[in-house]
Design a protein around this ligand. Sequence first.
Ligand SMILES: Nc1ncnc2c1ncn2[C@@H]1O[C@H](COP(=O)(O)OP(=O)(O)OP(=O)(O)O)[C@@H](O)[C@H]1O
Ligand SMILES: [Mg+2]
Length: 254
Amino acid sequence: MVEPAAHPGASTAKSVDVSVDNLDRERDRLARVEQLARLGELAGGLAHELKNPLSTIKLNLQLLQEDLMQLPGAETSRARASTLRKEVDRLGHTVDDFLRFAGRLELHTKPTQLNDLVRDLIDFFRPQAQAANVRLHTSLCSEEPLCPLDPNLIKQALLNLMLNAVQAMPDGGDLIIRTHVDQNRVYLDVADTGSGVSASAASHIFEAYYTTKKGGTGLGLATTRRIIEEHRGHISFTSEPGKGTNFRLDLPLQ
Ligand SMILES: Nc1ncnc2c1ncn2[C@@H]1O[C@H](COP(=O)(O)OP(=O)(O)OP(=O)(O)O)[C@@H](O)[C@H]1O
Ligand SMILES: [Mg+2]
């Protein structure tokens, strides 16, 4: 089984190290939140400037394609117009993906039962997991922790982790979600029995656009970390290649 990520220990000797670690972690979190807020403002403006001309190009291309349909012997031009349409669509998707990661993020938080949110998500995800031969398990704490969360964003963050877990188990396996409360934080683990993260990939997986998957955008974990850190939370992981990976989130209690 995968080692769970370390969480605040109880011994006095350790607690000095842990609090220094926590300060570093908190400083890093704040730096990223601020950096992404600045990027979000620029990204929003740029995306707006790109999307208007893109939709004009798309509309005109569509009209051009219709004209070319009437024109005998215009097969090559029709093929070129169709390539242009595909590329315009691709550009549109690239802007949308980028905005999902770097756009303005407005949190609509409300007191939320984290375990209930997990239960909802598991129900929603079960058919997809079953189709991929993945067994879902939960081990939810008895406290029913109440947290200030934006439920839609947290679901999106967890879904990214669950999708990654399933994708890391192409031949099926186990996906386990656990919660536990320690002092004023709630910890949530998403563990899989998949391929694991290689040592060379480990320092990059939270970077935007880092992916090892054909067709992946590499924005899933970057977006997840942003969402968690905007909630004053943290995300970390432990992994053993060939055995599995455990992503751990911690979030403040209400
Ligand atoms: N549970 C996991 N097990 C093994 N590797 C993982 C796991 N989760 C993430 N990774 C690694 O981290 C990389 C980045 O993940 P991330 O979710 O950001 O992007 P992606 O899954 O490749 O693409 P996207 O989520 O945008 O479709 C993955 O390509 C994979 O190499
Ligand atoms: Mg992903």
